[in-house]
Design a protein around this ligand. Structure first.
Ligand code: PLP
Length: 452
């Protein structure tokens, strides 16, 4: 048996196994955990995925990381209970497809990671007998996915902070109708206020006795499950060994790093396109070799991608032999020529995003929302510089259009259909606390609620 080890991108902390890396989240040196060496799948193994259901592919991929840490039958059970929803691949023209990652319980691709993370947490906590409080600040999708996934997981309590005025009614309902071990607090403030309160709690000596953890995108447990759907897409569309093109709508670059992980494990990728909104730090870096964060981050319609400094770039840089610290400072340049060979990146304005939603609807009767539209447009931008030939291509749609009814209505003149699961949640009674953006009050809340 071989237990895989993870190292920090800052190269100071000792190596950790998956359990340790998972429970710590951030490495002690503030770097991000990443596999010391990528496990490889043979071409035959990857070819065999063509006849396997999604949860079985998830098991074959993830078991390479969990050996010695999670028993094989436990992992198999986790995969089949986590991934019981559809993953449609809709054909547009030639071999170009849209993969909808929006059929999970909270209708965004964040469900893929959150569902698996929750099960892993439950397993590790059960082993250690520990309790955990997961604190998360959200502007929408993450809070909903995390709250749903951790709902009723023994040993875990979830507290979600969200800005009352910045979250749509349907997004709010996905967090506030759960009860039991999930508490939501509506903050009279902005997302930045919520995030600042959560960060202060993690650093507060008065709360050191509480077992606090976060479920944010830097956790390795969130990244690995996001490599599976790339294998899945290729297994359904590409011939064995045939390189495939992916376009990924990117904010913190966790989704896109899932494709990089798949590539490192042996999936042949012709081009990986990181499509971003007006937060264009990465495409500029790829072009110029100079990295500059966008501060403050810019607001765009694809609001889940309003990230000025994508935290996962530290991992991407590491894959290409460089080193970037958590502040975005590059200590060692990655191999830019290799990055440019493998990757393409384009920044899409709100105007082009909306235009794309209209065009794709008119041309293919295919409904995209803003995040998927950014990915589509990034793909078109790439076609301007390189020929696709007859290669298969997959554009990722990461949220259900029904999450953004006003925006869709404004752009193409009708409201999207609401999936039954979302409709059911819309009908359920809400229960949440309300608070001003006052840290002292939040600290009291954490201390008293913990004791009760
Ligand atoms: C979070 C999110 C993204 C961005 O994913 P990253 O992993 O942060 O790049 C894209 N689309 C939607 C709908 C999201 O919720």
């Amino acid at each position: 048996m071989h237990t895989l080890l993870f190292r920090s991108t800052n190269q100071q902390s000792p190596a950790a196994n998956l359990r340790e890396a998972f429970l710590q989240g951030l490495a002690p040196d503030r770097g991000l955990y990443f596999p010391e060496k990528f496990p490889k799948l043979t071409a035959d193994e990857i070819a065999s995925f063509a006849s396997l259901p999604y949860h079985e592919i998830a098991f074959r991929v993830l078991s390479r990381y969990t050996e010695g840490v999670i028993p094989s039958d436990t992992l198999a059970a986790m995969c089949s209970s986590a991934y019981n929803f559809n993953i449609p691949l809709e054909k547009t023209y030639d071999r170009v497809h849209v993969m909808r990652l929006d059929q999970g319980p909270t209708a965004s691709f964040k469900d893929f990671a959150a569902q698996m993370m929750a099960r892993m947490s439950g397993h590790f906590l059960n082993e250690t007998g520990k309790q955990l409080t997961i604190l998360t600040a959200t502007s929408g999708d993450t809070g909903a996915a995390v709250a749903h996934a951790f709902h009723n997981i023994p040993g875990v309590r979830v507290i979600v902070l969200f800005p009352f005025d910045e979250v749509s009614r349907s997004q709010r309902k996905m967090m506030t109708t759960l009860a039991q071990n999930v508490r939501t607090i509506a903050i009279d403030g902005k997302f930045d206020d919520c995030q600042a309160m959560v960060k202060r709690a993690f650093a507060d000596p008065a709360l050191q006795h509480l077992p606090l953890s976060s479920a944010n995108s830097i956790n390795i447990g969130r990244l690995l499950p996001q490599s599976v759907y790339y294998f899945y897409a290729a297994s359904r569309i590409a011939k064995p060994g045939e390189p495939i093109v992916f376009s990924v709508p990117s904010g913190n670059f966790g989704d896109m790093m899932g494709a990089v992980v798949a590539g490192q494990m042996g999936l042949p990728i012709k081009k990986l396109i990181a499509s971003v909104n007006s937060n264009d730090a990465f495409p500029r870096f790829l072009e110029t070799g100079h990295y500059e964060k966008i501060v403050p981050s810019r607001n765009a319609v694809s609001n889940a991608m309003n990230v000025g400094h994508p935290s996962n770039l530290a991992r991407l840089v590491a894959v290409y032999g460089g080193r970037m610290d958590e502040t975005g400072k590059i200590h060692q340049m990655p191999d830019l020529a290799a990055m440019r060979r493998d990757l393409f990146s384009s920044s899409i304005s709100d105007e082009r995003t909306r235009e794309t939603i209209r065009e794709v609807w008119n041309k293919y009767e295919l409904l995209l929302e803003a995040h998927g539209a950014v990915a589509w447009r990034g793909f078109l931008d790439w076609l301007e510089v390189e020929p696709l030939g007859n290669a298969p291509a997959v554009i990722l749609e990461t949220a259900n259009p029904a999450k953004f009814p006003e925006e869709i209505e404004k752009t193409i003149g009708f409201s999207p259909d609401v999936p039954p699961a979302m409709e059911a949640m819309n009908q359920m009674p809400e229960d949440f606390d309300r608070m001003t953006a006052d840290y002292e009050k939040f600290r009291d809340y954490l201390v008293t609620k913990h004791q009760s």
